[in-house]
Design a protein around this ligand. Structure first.
Ligand code: AGP
Length: 611
């Protein structure tokens, strides 16, 4: 979603701001802007569309703009007001002396705007953010102190925000604060950086301080002061960021998505490392602090997540119920938070999120925490807001994922659920997982085999790329694979794709089948194989164009299916972890063939930080 970068120091701010915004581009956005202070004047530069549009404007005046050694920058994903230049950040006040960038949503912006308009403020945008600019300017007029102005202004704000503010009259000072939206300060030599996410600043510094809710930081080139909302000075917790800049390189691949798909064998090895030491040893999950007796007493598990993480959670449900015999409900976080949920101290609530910043999932786990449940977070970002809500943590170790369409983080979540389910079962005294553990260990080689035959999938993608709709069918543990395969295709190719349980096909969706409709059957060996085969026959009888994704070598499939994507044989229980790889590739190659913006699909953001 939106991204923030700030800089104060001795270097030209503009290069650092644009570089930082470039490294946040992957999050998805629709306009961009920066504010700098040149020769004592705050200047705003903004553009709608791609960051390149802003770069073109800025580069035309580069020798002027680069005189500024302080600045703030933003990429915006529109929530209030269309993605236009006027609505792009930074925003300012009547006199133009304040500049402000904001992530999040100011929920009471309408009331604030009304009040400020009555006081004479003239609004130039439809955004909620502009109210904050006017509010800070009003408070500054009363106090002549930028930190105090921000502190007083935030007291009137409801909702979520990460804010970065500069003021023309307070040269060499940058103020930043947050509530329910991430923000960190990067620390250099005689310079400071502010960012909503690590990639924006990692190539400049690894020394950083994360802000907690309601903390306000005041930065000058050689000082940093941290206070709380009551003006108490706080001690600063400086840490070293565990990130490498190389993660942001495509490493020769055409797109980040393709690179990330190819990283999956190593991702599996990483996730298993240290947790699955030997197939005859119990799984070790050190960050799961749930007392073993309490774990045995659990009567219910609820898993909350969104999008791709929700699909990983659905696989989690299947295997936890199978291995541990505990009832598991999976629900989209955005539904969970708007109903009366029944949880207690014997309920484990699991939040699953790649980014750890998805607003709905954060709200859902906070809601459950209030009701006394133990909160376990499965996330790729142990430094995230959600991770900080966790009683127990399962860090999934996929490394930074740049492409908006999640691939390797899904793999890491799915493998983490296998480890968690086996861990819980072993605590409960169930110990028959030697074969499955062996399958987990050899899984990376099987994924490598699929990747080695990607040309076959590319050929299949080309063949079906003109389809307007796509249906994915599966049963049992691979139903979430069908949903995830369909989601990947929708997200990056904009083809209308839907996943169905194969048995449901004849209860309605079959009406849509004709010679223009591809139906992809996920036909992995195991107890539902024959059933899906029958469902595929039914679809074929309605003239659908049949594609199989299978680990079977049965030659008879050639009569039924127009295209067959083959994967190595695998235990049905682990098959979702292998079957998803060709579906990711299929979606990728179709989108690439159609010339779509694979890594930054339209309308999507990498982390959805608004409810
Ligand atoms: C996945 O390809 C999507 N970008 C999206 O569905 C994503 O999984 C969802 O927004 C949840 O994000 P999270 O895992 O960061 O919470």
């Amino acid at each position: 979603m939106c991204g923030i970068v700030g800089y104060i120091g001795a270097q030209p701010a503009v290069d650092i701001l644009l570089d930082g915004l470039t490294n946040l581009e992957y999050r998805g956005y629709d306009s961009a802007g920066i504010a700098v202070n040149v020769d004592g004047q705050v200047e705003l530069y903004k553009a709608e569309g791609k960051l390149q549009n802003l770069k073109d404007i800025v580069n035309a005046k580069k020798s002027h703009i680069e005189k500024s050694t302080i600045g703030i920058g933003h990429i915006r994903w529109a929530t209030h007001g269309a993605p236009t230049t006027a609505n792009a950040h930074p925003h300012s006040c009547n006199c133009g002396r304040v500049a402000i960038v904001h992530n999040g949503i100011i929920e009471n912006y309408k009331e604030l705007r009304e009040k400020l308009e009555k006081q004479g403020c003239t609004f130039r945008s439809q955004t909620d953010t502009e109210t904050v600019a006017h509010l800070v300017a009003t408070k500054f007029a009363q106090t002549n102190d930028l930190t105090e102005a921000v502190r007083l202004a935030t007291k009137e704000l409801e909702g979520a925000y990460a804010l970065c503010v500069i003021h023309q009259d307070v040269k060499n000072t940058l103020v930043a604060t947050r509530r329910n939206a991430p923000l960190l300060v990067g620390i250099g030599e005689g310079e400071y950086y502010v960012a909503s996410d690590v990639p924006a600043i990692i190539s400049y510094t690894k020394k950083a301080m994360y802000l907690d809710d309601n903390q306000i930081v005041t930065l000058t080139p050689d000082s940093m002061k941290l206070i709380d909302s009551e003006n108490n000075v706080l001690s600063q917790k400086i840490e070293t960021l565990p990130w490498e800049p190389v993660a942001l390189s495509k490493m020769g691949y055409k797109h980040f998505m393709l690179k990330e798909i190819h990283e999956q064998p190593d991702v599996v090895r990483n996730v298993l490392s240290g947790k699955l030491k030997a197939i005859d040893e119990p799984i070790k999950l050190n960050e799961v602090t749930l007392d073993k007796d309490k774990l045995k007493d659990l009567n219910r598990i609820q898993i909350v997540a969104c999008g791709t993480s929700l699909h990983a959670a659905m696989i989690g449900k299947y295997i936890i119920e199978d291995f541990c015999g505990i009832a598991v409900d999976v629900e989209p976080s955005s539904e969970y938070i708007y109903r009366k949920t029944i949880t207690d101290k014997n309920t484990l609530v699991i939040g699953v999120s790649q980014s750890g910043e998805t607003a709905d999932t954060i709200t859902a786990v906070r809601q459950a925490k209030k009701q006394g449940s133990h909160i376990l977070i499965v996330t790729n970002r142990p430094d995230s807001t959600m991770a900080r809500e966790a009683d127990s943590l399962v860090p999934v170790n996929a490394g930074i994922e740049v492409s908006v369409a999640a691939t390797k983080s899904y793999m890491a979540q799915v493998i983490s659920f296998y480890l968690l389910a086996i861990y819980m079962a072993e605590v409960k005294g169930v110990n028959n997982f030697t074969e499955l553990k062996h399958e987990l260990v050899v899984l990376p080689q099987k994924i490598e085999k699929v990747l080695a035959h990607k040309e076959d999938i590319q050929t299949c993608a080309k063949k079906f790329s003109s389809a307007k709709d796509f249906i994915f069918i599966a049963r049992g543990i691979n139903f979430p694979t069908a949903l995830e395969g369909a989601l990947k295709l929708k997200e990056i190719s904009y083809i209308n794709a839907t996943g169905y349980t194969a048995g449901e096909l004849k209860h309605g969706p079959i009406a849509m089948l004709d010679e223009s409709m591809p139906v992809l059957s996920i036909l992995m060996s195991g107890k539902v194989y024959d059933k899906i085969l029958s469902n595929s026959e039914e679809a074929k009888a309605r003239n659908a164009r049949m594609i199989a994704l299978t680990d079977s070598t049965d030659e008879k499939l050639n009569d039924l299916f127009e295209s067959i994507i083959r994967v190595p044989e695998i235990d049905e229980l682990l098959s979702p972890a292998l079957a998803i790889v060709p579906l990711q590739l299929l979606a990728y190659y179709i989108a690439e063939f159609l010339g779509k913006d694979v890594d930054q699909p339209r309308n999507l953001a990498k982390s959805v930080t608004v409810e």
